[in-house]
Structure formats: C-alpha cells, structure tokens
Design a protein around this ligand. Structure first.
Ligand SMILES: Cc1ncc(COP(=O)(O)O)c(C=O)c1O
Length: 296
C-alpha cells in the first residue's frame, strides 16, 4: 500500500486520512483565518520567506496571533516536506482562529490552529500553458480594500468561488474579477497582466487584488530583461484590446490568456513577451538563491 502523506497540525503529524480539525474551529464556521499556497521546485521552497512574511502580515490585519515565530514556521514547513520526502511540492499553510463556540466572537478562540499540508499539484495542463486559456469577466466584484479584500490572504474565498462558478457555467477556463469601479482587479487565484505596445501592465492592489508574490517576480523579471512595467488601472476595453494578456500565481505560474469574453486576445496565441517571461520564470523558480532548501 502507498504510504499516506503526513499532515502537520499544531506540532504533531497525522496521516492524511486522520488529519482532522474540530467542527467548532472558526476557520470552518466563519472562514476566520489566513493561508498561503507555496511551491517547492527541485528541493528548494521558492520564495518561502516572502510567503511567511505575507502570512504574518495577513494575520496582523485580522488580529490573529500566530503561535509560532517566523523562524519556527519556516522550520515546521521544511520538516513537513522532509517527513514526506518531497522535492517538488505544493504547500498549503493554514492558520485558523481555532476552536471557539458557535458565536463568531474571536475572543472565544484561545488557540489558533496551524496546519501544514505538503502535496503535489497540477493546476493547468501543459496544453493550457502551450495554447493559452479562455477567460471571462464575471459579474461578481472583487471585495473592496475596505472590506474582505484579497490584499489579505484570508480563508474567505467565497468571492473568488462565485467568480469560478460563473466561468464554469459559461464553459470558460478562468474568471476575471472587476473592482467596484469597473476596473480589472485579478483572476480568482491569480494576478492579471496585459502587454500593450511592449509595456507590461498590471492593476494596482487598490483594486482589491492580492499582493502576489509571482506578480512581483514577473514585474522585476520584465524590467530586468528590458520591458517597462507599469502598475495602473486597466479597463475592460484595455483588456479586450491588449496585445497580450496572462495570469500569474504560485499554483498557476504564468498562464497566457488568449480570449476574454469571446474576444480574441492579440492573434489568439500566447504572445512573444508572455512566452519570454514564461521561459525566464522557469529558470528563476529553479534557482536555489530564490528560496530555502528543504534538505540542508
Ligand atoms: C486572489 C489571489 N490573487 C492572486 C494570487 C497569486 O498570488 P501568488 O503569486 O502570491 O501566489 C493568489 C494566489 O495565491 C490569489 O489567491
């Protein structure tokens, strides 16, 4: 029988089939918690420190005291990967408010729950990367920055799930969300970029988009290889008339968009700047300097 993956919960390891949390956990009852999705490539956890920093920033906003220091959290992530003997992996790090009563008051939750899942993920097929995907702007608006904005990576993803449902119903690969002013914000779990006249453009996070770690890598890489990057508001018209468009994210990596609401993007094929960025990205994620090694 294949050995079950081990899951970390509050300092202990459980086989996947026995890794459970209480039904009174406010992460389940209210989506009250924060998380990170992280990847390891060839035994190195890509941008682990940056992900841990963002987790603690998210926790700070929702006034959740993570019961481990950042150094202890990094150690726990590496140890979980080691216990599962993984080299290429997807890591899901979750901190919930913990067990409380049935009311929503967080003061009733004395101890946050820390969960580390290390597994394998394949989100979009090789074909999607090769040929690009069809996306659509959906009716559900990204929550604004003075609400449950994705600037905070919380367990509250209903906003994104509603977007995904719309795309599924329409037979589209992915959803694109607008902010309340009608500007492009991001995908359901990806940031969005367009290329216009050789410039690489992405919306500001004031549209409620997540401060994406892949987004940051892509912006820096584009500058490094000679493309000007701009953070500015993008309208649906800008997107419909862009030369190229693509999504970025830890799970998605870089995925070309070739159609938006049935309008062909550029010539309907992944564009040259997108492809160049994908090539560079492949190199960066495998650069040991860009992360923390699992086996030291
Ligand atoms: C809403 C949202 N936007 C964007 C992203 C991409 O962010 P990152 O590149 O840090 O994975 C994610 C993925 O975590 C996300 O959930």
């Amino acid at each position: 029988m294949e050995k079950e993956l081990l899951i970390y919960i509050d300092g202990k390891y459980y086989p996947k089939s026995q890794a459970k949390v209480s039904v009174y956990d406010h992460g389940l009852l209210y989506g009250d918690g924060v998380f990170e999705g992280i990847r390891a490539y060839n035994s190195v956890v890509f941008k682990l420190k940056e992900h841990i920093d963002r987790l603690y920033r998210s926790a700070r906003v929702i006034m959740l005291q993570i019961p481990l220091t950042k150094e202890e959290m990094i150690k726990a992530v590496l140890e979980t990967l080691q216990k599962n003997n993984l080299r290429d992996a997807y890591i899901r790090l979750v901190v919930t408010r913990g067990v409380g009563d049935l009311g929503l008051d967080p003061r009733k939750c004395p101890k946050p729950t820390v969960i580390i899942i290390t597994d394998i993920i394949k989100l979009h097929s090789g074909e999607a990367k090769e040929k690009g995907i069809r996306a659509m702007i959906v009716w559900v608006k990204r929550d604004p920055v003075d609400a449950t904005s994705h600037e905070v990576k919380s367990l509250n993803y209903l906003n994104s799930i509603l977007g995904k449902i719309e795309a599924n119903i329409a037979g589209c690969d992915e959803a694109i969300c607008l902010d309340k002013n009608g500007h492009i914000s991001e995908g359901v779990a990806e940031n969005l970029f367009i290329v216009q006249n050789g410039k690489v453009i992405t919306p500001p996070t004031s549209t409620g988009a997540l401060v994406g770690i892949t987004r940051d890598v892509v912006m820096k890489t584009a500058e490094k290889i000679g493309y000007k990057t701009v953070e500015k508001t993008i309208t649906p018209t800008d997107l419909f008339t862009a030369d190229e468009a693509f999504f970025t994210g830890t799970a998605a990596e870089i995925i070309p968009i070739v159609e938006v609401n049935k309008r062909m993007t550029g010539d309907g094929k992944p564009g040259p700047i997108t492809r160049r960025l994908m090539q560079e990205f492949e190199k960066i994620v495998r650069d040991p300097k860009e992360g923390i090694p699992i086996y030291q």
